[in-house]
Design a protein around this ligand. Structure first.
Ligand SMILES: *Cc1c(COP(=O)(O)O)cnc(C)c1O
Length: 480
């Protein structure tokens, strides 16, 4: 150990050296201003940027920008971010992003994140951050209200829908007593349309050996509840242990809402990551009837509330069950007194220290009010209906009438191999890049998909897409 005199000198030196970690005054203002300028320029031009930019080998500048001992300036770094991060691939902020389930990223998400990061509020444990935890729990209770859960329900703000599904499935496993020795005899019911994050969660939750019952869907891709009841009865008769039903409220492929009804006292989880917030629209709410009977529901504010990526949520009716699966005590946590004015996220999720992600949702909702979110969701839904009618006028075949803001369509007129033709068609549209759409395969049939969920998408974008589809289709027909 150094002697005290040397130690004091050394500390003074290190303190002086590390001042650069705390930019002050003009330096602080200049740093912030450069980032704000970048952001404002991005927002001013976002409508003109292509929705998809393919590059042969993206990332050259990143590879040439290793970490250094001395550091670099923002003037050096912002171009790297612009060229190598914000340019190649899909532009998720673009109103022309109509593939997968898009997000958008309303601006106050960034402001909420900014404040959360500057103050570094601790939102894991109530005693450490009573304000932050209250704020997050209020956000969760607001979600509970929309879904029709009682005031006693709660849940967790997660990084996204995948982790929300994982928390729900782990809770279901424990609440239904599916210990390791019981896994092989335990049955989970879902359809082929369940999101792949559900399958991942089942695997991560140690339920790989459980019996996954893929219940057949009707011609609207909805779970056949008669087949579900029959399968559960058969499994029970065979001495198995049915314990979990997973329905989708807004499938990713077609935006379909499964019939939502709790059956036979099994844990009922509804994955409403895509569709949940459409319940804000009164006229649409009835399509979700039964979701209020669920034991747990996943929603994804970074989809349905247009927030920037990084916010999902799970709500659970039996908070005690959620706590049983996730709470833990440790010696070094002994100062955490049980002031249970508010449950702590750390007791209801796998996380301890975490991003104070509630602020990025609370702030936009407070600033803008709820009505405009409802209106934006209604607009997205009606845009999908608009497209669904217009695309048929172009001679395309369509899938089921859209229930939310996703629909499927394909061109089949006069082509020998429709699957091949539509594959070529989507490739041509992705190469073009002005608008990004994605595709799916259902029962061996290749479909193009439309998913409208970026708040920046308005009618002109759909008209542009229709024009591009007509143009590319005609070009391909001529080549044939
Ligand atoms: C997007 C989605 C998920 C996964 O959510 P992430 O936020 O991407 O982790 C789960 N289920 C459905 C239905 C989805 O659309």
């Amino acid at each position: 150990m150094l002697n005290l005199h040397v130690l004091e000198k050394k500390l003074a030196g290190l303190q002086a050296e590390t001042q650069s970690l705390e930019p002050q005054g003009e330096a602080l203002a200049a740093l912030t201003q450069k980032v704000v300028d970048y952001a404002h320029h991005y927002l001013a031009t976002v409508d003109k940027i292509k929705a998809y930019t393919g590059q042969a080998a993206p990332g050259k500048r990143l590879r040439n920008t290793p970490f250094t001992e001395e550091g670099r300036t923002l003037d050096e770094l912002l171009p790297v971010i612009r060229e190598d991060v914000d340019t190649p691939g899909i532009n998720p902020a673009s109103g022309r992003h109509l593939g997968y389930i898009p997000g958008g990223g309303i601006y106050p998400t960034a402001l909420g994140d900014y404040l959360a990061a500057v103050t570094n509020q601790y939102s894991g444990v109530y005693y450490a951050g009573p304000g932050a935890v209250q704020l997050e729990n209020r956000v969760i209770r607001w979600i509970c209200q929309i879904i029709g859960f009682p005031a006693t329900a709660l849940g967790n703000l997660t990084s996204g829908g995948s982790i929300a599904n994982l928390i729900a499935i782990v809770t279901a496993r424990d609440a239904k007593g599916v210990a390791a020795a019981k896994v092989e005899k335990s049955c989970i019911y879902l359809t082929r349309q369940a999101h792949h994050s559900v399958h991942k969660a089942i695997r991560i939750a140690g339920l790989r050996e459980a019996k996954l019952r893929e219940i057949k869907v009707d011609d609207h891709f909805k779970m056949d509840t008669k087949a579900l009841a029959a399968q559960i009865a058969e499994d029970k008769a065979n001495g198995l242990n049915p314990f979990l039903i997973i329905a989708s409220a807004g499938t990713t492929d077609t935006g379909t809402i499964d019939p939502l009804a709790r059956q036979h006292n099994l844990w009922f989880h509804v994955d409403a990551a895509y569709g949940g917030f459409f319940m804000l629209i009164d006229a649409v709410k009835a399509r979700f009837t039964g979701i209020e009977q669920a034991d747990s529901v996943t929603v994804d504010p970074h989809k349905g509330l247009f927030l920037a990526y990084g916010l999902g949520a799970v709500i659970v009716k039996d908070v005690q069950a959620l706590r049983q699966s996730h709470a833990y005590q440790a010696n070094y946590m002994q100062d955490v007194t049980e002031v249970e004015a508010e449950p702590s996220p750390a007791d209801l999720s796998p996380e301890l220290t975490k991003h104070f992600r509630g602020l990025r949702m609370w702030l936009p909702l407070q600033l803008f009010g709820v009505r405009v979110f409802r209106q934006a969701l209604e607009e997205k839904m009606l845009l999908c209906q608009y497209f669904y009618q217009k695309i048929q006028a172009l001679g395309f075949e369509v899938g089921p009438e859209p229930e939310l803001s996703v629909c499927i369509y394909r061109y089949t007129g006069n082509v020998a191999n429709p699957n091949r033709f539509n594959e070529k068609l989507i490739r041509a549209i992705q190469d073009d890049g002005r608008i990004f759409i994605s595709s799916t395969t259902l029962n061996g049939v290749f479909w193009l998909r439309l998913a409208v969920l970026v708040f920046r998408t308005h009618r002109a974008v759909l008209d542009e897409l229709l024009a591009i589809l007509a143009e590319k289709k005609n070009t391909l027909l001529q080549l044939n």
